[in-house]
Design a protein around this ligand. Structure first.
Ligand SMILES: Cc1cc2nc3c(=O)[nH]c(=O)nc-3n(C[C@H](O)[C@H](O)[C@H](O)COP(=O)(O)OP(=O)(O)OC[C@H]3O[C@@H](n4cnc5c(N)ncnc54)[C@H](O)[C@@H]3O)c2cc1C
Length: 507
């Protein structure tokens, strides 16, 4: 049945070329949709799109694709990659959104977990967990229109990660289909090498079909606060102190961002800081002589109603050295807080920047290099902003399991720098080439200044670049590929291996 299906979809006998066009030369809408991603910079037409209903279904597609010398298979979550990572040029795209089951289960240790299909969006898990059970995962992404399988293939970072670890540190079990078409249930105790390999594994070792995610009681309310700093050093000292506090004495969420020290720029100027429509940024409070950028610390405290939250927040804010008067506070429900990026999405959809190209750059950079980065990149290359958020906040290496595949800087504390460009389409906005060359310039400075950094969502093109990216873990990455996807069929859009360049020749 599946063979007939694939042959019909691909309209080819083994060894013949793939022609994705219908009789009239029209590209099928499913193929067109699967040929692009949120980044809008890279495009590649697949030969077929398949919507799996089960892990066995995924296994059969992979086994059938292995019959062809040139075919590849890419799991596609919600297509929110920015450099073609979920594309399969001339291959088969698995639209994982159909893997959407959610079920409450007890884990091995008795803890309550959600067993979720890899195509579930984090926003769907939030709504289901909180509304039906009052329960929630502990670690999130800022934006929730991303799939469980997609973020677990990278890391999944947000303001809870300093304390709870990234999403890849918050999984108890995975069901995976390897590049051999074998369905495996794995965990830290069983087939652990595959389990950890797949986490942050850029889709290279298997297709995640189900994840078991531990749940915690969802707090009813969140005190959400932003305060402003004139200097990066002041911001850095406070935010590093905060992430080092014992869990019971600190905030539940800590992030921060740089923004442009001027008005008239709702995406990245003064107006981007106040929470809620009624609060206003009083620019007269910004010290004279401040630089082109200011810094916003964003924190949140989860709480029950009437549990002395005011006193706790006062105590936690008092030692911080932000500009007094430039503080913004909101009291919101937990679901509202976690869904906060929805408002930005609506605004971006309305002004056209959601559908414009997004040449984003995400860097993990050592805490010892981030001040230099501030002076030589933020305050120079990026002093006029990027038309969107410029996140910069610390993470603790201790919360990341070194057995996962993700590449990190060496230092114990490192910062996420996320340049989330939301520009209007050219010619209203800048040409995308100029943004890409700005990214190149930033990376050039990172290298020439010798920073200890790694790309988050790496998108290298050549093997030496990948070798450098993974550093001493490159051999392990190649070994895992040789073990779990020896014919290099999976996630070709990452450009790490290819069917013509399988793992053994890369080691
Ligand atoms: C608006 C926006 C906000 C974002 N915010 C955050 C954030 O706060 N924190 C953060 O960490 N990231 C964030 N991201 C990045 C996001 O984590 C990545 O885009 C990630 O790839 C998830 O997106 P996706 O589910 O659409 O996966 P896709 O882009 O579809 O896939 C990403 C990669 O994973 C592979 N893959 C997908 N599903 C599976 C699977 N089931 N099994 C194996 N491999 C699979 C694909 O082949 C591809 O290589 C954001 C992205 C956008 C566009």
């Amino acid at each position: 049945m599946m063979i007939a299906y694939l042959d019909q979809q691909l309209r080819l006998a083994p060894g013949t070329d793939v022609d994705p066009c219908g009789a009239g030369g029209e590209i099928h809408p499913d193929l067109a949709a699967a040929s692009e991603d949120f980044g809008g910079v890279v495009r590649a037409l697949p030969a077929a799109v398949h919507r799996p209903r089960s892990a066995d279904d995924v296994a059969e597609v992979i086994r059938q694709a292995l019959r062809y010398d040139h075919l590849t298979v890419a799991a596609r979550g919600n297509g929110h990659s920015v450099a073609g990572q979920a594309l399969a040029p001339g291959g088969i795209v698995l639209d994982m959104r159909t893997m959407s089951r959610m079920e409450l289960v007890r884990g091995d240790g008795g803890q309550i977990c959600a067993d979720v299909g890899a195509g579930v969006l984090w926003g769907e898990l939030l709504e289901w967990g909180v509304a039906k059970h009052g329960l929630s995962p502990a670690s999130w992404t800022d934006y929730l229109g991303l799939t469980v399988g997609g973020t677990l293939s990278n890391a999944g970072i947000s303001g809870q990660a300093f304390q709870k670890g990234p999403q890849i540190s918050n999984v108890d079990e995975l069901e995976v289909v390897t590049g051999d078409g074998e369905r495996v249930v794995c965990s830290p105790k069983s087939r652990s090498d595959l389990f950890f390999g797949v986490l942050g594994g850029l889709g290279q070792f298997g297709v995640i079909t189900r994840a078991r995610i531990p749940l915690i009681p969802a707090p009813p309310m969140v005190r959400w606060i932003r305060v402003v700093y004139a200097s990066f050093e002041g911001y850095k000292a406070d935010v590093e102190w905060l992430v080092g506090r014992p869990e019971r004495e600190g905030f539940d969420y800590i992030e921060g961002f740089a923004f442009v020290n001027r008005g008239g720029d709702p995406a990245s100027g003064w107006e981007s800081v106040p929470i809620g429509p009624s609060s206003v940024f009083d620019a007269s409070l910004v010290p004279h002589g401040s630089g082109p950028l200011l810094y916003c610390l964003e924190v949140a405290l989860y709480h029950q109603l009437h549990d002395g939250v005011d006193k706790r927040v006062d105590e936690m804010l008092r030692p911080l050295k932000y500009i007094r008067g430039l503080e913004f506070t909101a009291e919101v429900s937990y679901v509202e807080f976690l869904s906060r990026v929805n408002l930005a999405e609506s605004a971006a959809r309305a002004n056209g920047s959601w559908h414009a190209p997004h040449p984003w750059l995400n860097i993990l950079i050592s805490a010892s290099d981030v001040s230099h980065f501030d002076r030589h990149v933020f305050q120079s290359v990026l002093k006029d902003g990027i038309g969107g958020p410029m996140l910069v906040y610390p993470l603790l290496r201790a919360k990341w399991d070194p057995r996962t595949s993700v590449a990190l800087p060496d230092s114990d504390v490192f910062f996420l720098v996320a340049l989330l460009r939301f520009n209007q389409p050219y010619p209203i906005g800048p040409p995308v080439e100029s943004l890409i060359s700005q990214n190149r310039e930033i990376l050039k400075r990172c290298k020439s200044n010798g920073y200890d950094f790694k790309l988050y969502f790496p998108n290298y093109k050549t093997e030496p670049e990948w070798v450098r990216h993974f550093g001493q873990d490159w051999a392990r990455f190649v070994d895992r590929k040789a073990m779990y996807d020896p014919r290099a069929i999976l996630s070709p859009g990452q450009n790490i291996f290819s069917r013509a360049r399988p793992p053994s020749s890369g080691s």
